[in-house]
Design a protein around this ligand. Structure first.
Ligand code: NAD
Ligand code: ZN
Length: 407
């Protein structure tokens, strides 16, 4: 109960992140303390439908403008941004206004850009209502919307004045959304902070993903893990790249599945969880990860209820085609038939090229690892149960046979 505050430092920027259970009164007090002349809330229709009284409570006696849009990624557009900006200005926003992002990462990104653009910069406060927003996007200065050509193409870096999270607001999240946050935490544990794995295992074993105490830990542990790699990396272009673990293949799986199933496709967290399995198999084939370390990936990921295989709508060839456009291209000198990739040499030990946690991985290595997980395996039907190394021998063995020496 109550509120905990952590100081977040990203390069030269710093802000406070306060979070807890039953802390709405503290959040309202914090927002009132900013002495804004107007609060410009940015949210979506689903969140507004659930939490309008909370928005009213957080505004207190400060005049508020509430801007809402349809829920979902399709609203991260220049058109929606322009519309919100115009409505804010017509409703009387000034240099002393504070933009309050109240919702998931989509309202958060739109609000971040609005705060940056209004009068060349007004104050920004995040009140995240999804686990992804609370433990990922608000711990980053990146603010972006999508162009018709691709995701997050139009953006900037902008720091909030403060972040406030009330974990009880996550109670209404669909399971897939809740799980996505825990999948990102699995990434943080496997790639950055393996010491946090035991607590994650305990939460999974107790089936307590939605418990306020577990969610408070999720935020605290994410802050610790993400801050460790972004503290000296404002733009997430050096040490922060380790946060891309599982994302090269995971993003490709997400894109391919959403092309077929639209918004009913695989959730971001589940997709990157499968991407981490692919990365683990590549590391295993190189002799960089042992059986136990690959098993730890399976144990956590299936424990979170993610099927450790490609969705039936997605083929190995589709994933490889999309992965070629991955946004980490350009960080390492180009090599034919290979991609920059985050791989581990042990839990919490990314493989480095110079000061970048990236290595070249050949398309052939990715294909072989994808083929291992392409089909639902016995492991898939064991989702939720603890796996031992012996439980994944077939998949494991075939990756092992295609051993590549490290580069
Ligand atoms: N800046 C960054 O570094 C960064 C990091 C991670 C993600 N992101 C961005 O964030 C977006 C994904 O975030 P997201 O998953 O929060 O998306 P989102 O904002 O679309 O929220 C997901 C869904 O959950 C609903 N929702 C939100 N809060 C709810 C609640 N408390 N109860 C019930 N439903 C609720 C929303 O209406 C929406 O349908 C992407 O656009 C991604 O690019 C940015
Ligand atoms: Zn992610």
């Amino acid at each position: 109960m109550g509120i905990t505050s952590r100081a977040i430092s990203i390069g030269a920027e710093s802000y406070s992140y306060s979070f807890g259970e039953d802390c709405l009164a503290d959040i309202a007090e914090g927002i009132a303390g900013l002495q804004a002349d107007t609060l410009v809330f940015v949210t979506d229709d689903t969140v507004l439908g659930l939490y309008r009284p909370i928005i009213e409570r957080l505004s207190g006696s400060t005049p508020a403008i509430v801007l809402s849009h349809r829920a979902g990624e399709s609203m991260k557009t220049l058109a929606c941004l322009t519309d919100h900006l115009e409505r804010a200005l017509r409703a009387g926003a000034t240099r002393r206004s504070v933009v309050v992002a109240f919702g998931g990462g989509v309202p958060g990104n739109l609000a971040g850009l609005m705060a940056n653009l209004l009068f060349r910069g007004v104050r920004l406060v995040h009140v995240p209502t999804t686990t992804i927003a609370a433990m990922d996007s608000v711990l980053s200065l990146k603010q972006a919307i999508n162009s018709p050509v691709g995701k997050n193409h139009l953006g900037t870096y902008y720091a909030p004045t403060a972040v406030y999270a009330e974990v009880r607001l996550f109670a209404t999240l669909p399971l897939d959304e809740l799980r996505s946050g825990y999948c990102e935490m699995a990434k943080n544990c496997l790639a950055i902070r393996p010491a946090a794995l035991d607590r994650l295992r305990a939460i999974i074993a107790a089936g307590e993903l939605a418990a306020p105490a577990a969610l408070t830990w999720l935020l605290d542990a994410s802050i610790e893990a993400k801050s460790a790699v972004t503290r000296n990396d404002t733009h997430e272009r050096r040490s922060g790249l380790v946060l891309e673990y599982g994302h090269t293949v995971g993003h490709a799986i997400e894109i391919c599945d959403h092309r077929v199933r639209g918004s009913a496709g695989i959730a971001h967290g589940a997709a990157i969880a499968v991407g981490m399995l692919v990365a683990a198999h590549i590391s295993h084939a190189r002799g960089w990860l042992g059986d136990d370390e690959v098993s730890a990936h399976y144990e956590i990921i299936t424990g979170l209820g993610v099927e450790p295989c490609l969705p039936p709508t997605v083929s190995v060839a589709d994933v490889l085609a999309v992965a070629q456009d991955d946004n980490k291209k350009g960080y390492l000198e180009a090599r034919p038939e290979s991609l920059p990739f985050v791989l581990l040499r042990g839990l919490g030990r990314p493989a480095m090229t110079g000061d970048l946690p990236l290595v070249h991985v050949s398309i052939q290595e990715i294909r072989e690892a994808l083929e291992v997980i392409a089909q639902p395996s016995p492991a898939a039907s064991m989702a939720g149960r603890r796996l031992t190394a012996a439980a994944i021998p077939a998949a494991h063995g075939s990756a092992r046979r295609t051993r590549h020496q490290g580069v």
